[in-house]
Write a protein that binds this ligand. Structure first.
Ligand code: GUN
Length: 289
């Protein structure tokens, strides 16, 4: 039976409309418009696309946004200076430094320098620690978007076996942490999963994925997850966005896997839309906390 296609585009639209309503009410009540500053270093085409889509989404939601473009040869010190200015700017509630950064820049030093109260990406070690302790402040946007897709599609994960592919700081690790939380603001069905975190050194990967009720693929390898790796009826969430000669493809071999899974996210039109949306949610939260 063909899987239910989880429409990230529609879910993102719904959440963005909710955020726009909340922002308008906040401003009508005399609150300051939320503001997001994005910093883009260099000319990476994918990063330019992401940053543009963030700016457009901010505009639609009534969130002020600023883009600081910096040249490819920017040093760590140059970037730290900009971060410091943004930390001190009362109009800026959220700061996002687009990753990846050019190789000469010390990424961790830069992320550590962002005021944790403005860290709407949730990458600062203080925010990573709070999530790990089960008292999150800002949820990293992509994993948070995955939880929204599950919750708004009524796919309960409590007590289920989730297999996360990929251990990146941006997606894999926080995804595993979120799925395994004891509590969630989304309700009791959207936490308490049993989580297996797989990575490039995992042996018998397919054996593990075949035991999963939920597979979240975030490894950045086109069509890596094949139908033989999926248990019939499992839910498959594809976080991959790979630019290939065939256009944008996910980490999941969508056609054959969608014949086996009970529900699946497409690429494009799946998780990607939620990442920007949850950034808006975090920026609104930063402005109103
Ligand atoms: N590059 C790819 N995804 C992200 C993200 O969620 N945040 C930032 N800052 N950079 C990214």
């Amino acid at each position: 039976m063909a899987a239910r296609i989880l429409d990230g585009k529609a879910i993102a639209k719904e959440i963005q409309a909710e955020i726009a309503t909340s922002v308008a009410a906040h401003v009508a009540a005399g609150g300051m418009a939320p503001g997001l500053a994005a910093v883009l270093v260099g000319e990476d085409p994918a990063s330019q696309v992401y940053v543009r889509s963030k700016q457009k989404a901010c505009e639609r939601a009534g969130i002020a946004s600023w883009l600081h473009r910096m040249p490819d040869e920017t040093t760590t010190e140059d970037l730290l200076e900009v971060v410091s200015q943004l930390n001190g700017d009362p109009n800026v509630h959220g700061i996002l430094v687009q990753l990846p950064l050019p190789p000469q820049i010390d990424e961790l030093r830069v992320l550590d320098a962002i005021d944790p109260a403005k860290d709407v990406d949730g990458f600062h070690p203080q925010n990573v620690g709070l999530l790990s302790q089960g008292r999150p402040r800002f949820l990293p946007c992509t994993p948070s978007g995955v939880m929204q897709i599950l919750a708004r599609s009524d796919i309960s994960i409590a007590g289920k076996h989730a297999v996360v592919l990929g251990r990146s700081d941006i997606v894999g690790k926080p995804m595993a942490s979120l799925l395994a939380q004891k509590e969630s603001t989304l309700g009791p069905n959207y936490c308490n999963a049993t989580v297996t975190l797989c990575h490039s050194r995992t042996t018998n990967l397919a054996e593990l994925t075949r035991q999963a009720d939920l597979v979240v693929a975030a490894i950045g390898r086109p069509k890596f997850v094949t139908a033989d790796m999926i248990r019939p009826g499992a839910v498959v969430i594809d976080v991959g966005i790979n630019r290939t000669d065939d256009g944008l493809v996910g980490d999941v071999d969508f056609g054959p896997v969608s014949e086996i899974a009970s529900a699946i996210t497409p690429v494009p039109g799946g998780v990607g839309r939620l990442t920007v949306t949850m950034l808006l949610a975090n920026t609104f939260a930063a402005a109103t906390k």
